[in-house]
Design a protein around this ligand. Sequence first.
Ligand code: ZN
Length: 375
Amino acid sequence: MKFSDIPGLATVKTRLIDSVKQNHIAHAQLFLGKPGALNLPLALAYATYLHCENRGEHNACGTCAACSKSLKYIHPDTHFVYPFRSIPKSEDVDQVKSEASKLWRSFLLHQPFDDLTGWINLYEGETKPASISVETSREIIRTLSLKSFESKYKVMVIWQPELMHPSAANGILKILEEPPANTFFLLVSNAAERLLPTVLSRTQMVQVPLLTDEDIDIYLTQKLSVTEARRQEIIQLADGNLNLAIKLNSSEDDHYADRFADWMRSCFKRDYGKLVAFADDFHDLDKLNQRNLFQYGLGLMHETLLHHSGAGAISRAKSGELKFVKDFSKVMNVDKIASVNSLISQAHYHLERNGSPKMIFLDLSLQIANVFNPN
Ligand SMILES: [Zn+2]
């Protein structure tokens, strides 16, 4: 990964590059972003830039011996720690680990903007939770006690440190505070609130914002040749999350607008037969599309509020969707919009915690029907 492979984020890139140019690199940095932020790609690009033998003003050269290894994720002085399933004693631990590291390289090469769910799906399916084991802290210390092989620097990328076993996290506190010379820790997290305060206090924060709509628009146009109408829908749903935008583009189900409008009409009419049928359909969607329908709904409540309060000019809704939002905003008031918004958020929360999609959807529909037409 090079900085130029990552859309947008000019300010953060410049700050990182300047830290190398000025030789003012914090020995432990926390690349922090909301879910969907490109903090892992940025940490990877930073590692590439650090090792590059012929650094440019804004980018690693991409062609020196160090870059060609970094770009394949086989540079001997970049080390990775990432969550993985627990390995039972019955399995050959070394072999499983070696297969995991091959998969990890493939993940970085082919799905560089993906998230933890994408990684778990790649190695296992959704059944076994991922974590960073207790032994890892010993491995980190052992690895960093060796001399660097080829580069002046040694880089340790720890992805999702919030999934570290507390003993593992405690085990690296000392080396995190006083790493060997020219050794840099790049912690990459989407949930700083779940990190131990003792880890947080030893790192310098690099805040990575989500992408702008424009960045996503450019990426979809230039890299994926997505049509204008489809881009508008994806951009609104993705809300700055490039990974989600890429997945939406490859997803077959792109009828959120129609589906959502139809659903809301059925809630208005209290058409129970239709709402049950909707719940069945919803149950059959895959998890991504279930989640997306709710996210789309939240986005649409936001648009409705804008139109209702006369701020339609800053709305992102386009064409067919815009007509629905305008009609919808006429029959809604601020309290109703807020209620529906919070009901969808709650349903989203229960869905993420693996409640029954059908029950969640049906319950949500009935509650929304009550908001529209209170008894
Ligand atoms: Zn280079």
